[in-house]
Design a protein around this ligand. Structure first.
Ligand code: HEM
Length: 355
């Protein structure tokens, strides 16, 4: 991503950030799942035709499945037409299943032909296929298809959306970018790109991400939970099978719990890293069904944002503030895709040209 953006040197250029973040996170997930990427160029790139087909399936599935269980949130909609919409979703799901099966077959045929994958380069599919050998009734192809799709669906849009909201907030608050840039300049040597081992040395960057996740959580209602037994919670009888929706957005933006909740103030998280703070901040949910991707997201998001802040100066397009309206969709998308202008910082020109 940094290499692509730096192509224009020290002149400002316009960047469409929504698709850039989506491509980045999808590439990361697909490298982990299947060992290949579907956007950009380079050694792990799929051939172009196949990549284009995959991109289409993913984009269609995201557009449709974002709303496919909207009837769970608003049951009345099930009676007024959402069912026909669900049929459209099913057709896209058929295409997606075929694409997932092709990925499985590719790794399976490598294994059959005796290709030994180095331990470090094993993909998620390789691991699931070796589990299939020992427990074939549990690790069926259908289960593997579902498992890898859940990773793509839950791990791509959420992280990409968080980066887009964070950059939007930063563009509307340039003094915060300056402070984050100063932190990185002090903590990371001048002759190299920020990397994973630096993340823990960048508390202010973490504050920016926490504040973004507070104001714009990618799971604003978490995911629907269901009581497996009758139980009593705070004096309320909850029968077995009751669906529970948690309004996390409401809690994280409640003026009774937060001082000036509509203001972007990363400093409010200083010294609070890693605490749940009385459950008033839970952008990844909590407990047994909390987000299993939290650790990954909290590496990918700071690393990507850290690199963008370290390597580029950022400006809004024109004088107007970035429009922060929320669009429709379960992962709280921005209504207007973010566009911004960036130019490579002169202090990084040396190492950037060697990437
Ligand atoms: C900024 C990024 C992310 C955010 C804000 C986020 C948020 C969430 C939330 C709120 C939940 C529901 C938790 C609950 O109901 O208690 C969830 C579930 C889940 N997330 Fe994430 N997530 C992110 C990234 C990821 C990534 C990168 C992956 C995969 C690699 C992932 C995989 C999942 C899965 C599989 C579930 C369902 C867990 C279950 O039902 O047991 N997420 N996520």
């Amino acid at each position: 991503m940094v290499k692509r953006l730096s192509g224009h040197g020290s002149k400002y250029r316009m960047v469409e950030m929504k698709s850039m973040f989506f491509e980045l996170t999808l590439n990361i997930m697909m490298r982990m799942i299947a060992g290949k990427k579907y956007y950009g160029e380079g050694e792990h790139m799929k051939d172009l035709e196949e990549a284009r087909e995959f991109q289409e399936i993913v984009e269609d599935t995201f557009t449709l499945s974002g709303a496919s269980n909207i009837g769970d949130f608003f049951p009345l909609l099930n009676w007024i037409g959402v069912r026909s919409f669900k049929e459209r979703v099913m057709s896209v799901i058929g295409k997606k299943d075929k694409a997932m099966q092709e990925l499985i077959e590719e790794r399976r045929s490598l294994r059959r032909n005796g290709f030994k994958v180095e331990e470090k380069k094993k993909t998620v599919i390789d691991v699931l296929l070796s589990l299939q050998e020992t427990e074939p009734d549990y690790y069926t192809d259908k289960m593997i298809r579902g498992f890898i799709w859940v990773l793509v669906a839950a791990g791509t849009d959420t992280s990409a959306g968080t980066m887009e909201w964070a950059m939007s907030l930063l563009l509307n608050n340039p003094q915060v970018i300056k402070k984050a840039q100063a932190e990185i300049d002090v903590q990371v040597e001048k002759d190299r790109l920020v990397d994973e081992s630096d993340i823990n040395k960048l508390p202010y960057l973490h504050c920016i991400i926490n504040e973004t996740l507070r104001m714009y959580p990618a799971g604003p209602l978490l995911v629907p939970h269901e009581s497996s037994e009758d139980c009593v919670v705070c004096g309320f009888n909850v029968p077995r099978g009751t669906m529970l929706l948690v309004n996390m957005w409401g809690i994280q933006n409640d003026p009774k719990l937060w001082d000036e909740p509509t203001k972007f103030k990363p400093e409010r998280f200083e010294g609070l890293e890693g605490t749940r703070d009385g459950f008033k901040f839970m952008p990844f949910g909590s407990g047994r069904r909390g987000c299993p991707g939290e650790g990954l997201a909290m590496r990918v998001v700071p690393l990507a944002l850290g690199a963008l802040i370290q390597c580029f100066d950022w400006e809004r397009i024109g004088d107007e503030l970035v429009d922060m309206s929320e669009g429709l969709g379960l992962t709280l998308p921005k209504a207007e895709p973010l566009e911004a202008e960036c130019r490579t910082r002169s202090s990084v020109l040396n190492f950037i040209s060697q990437l």
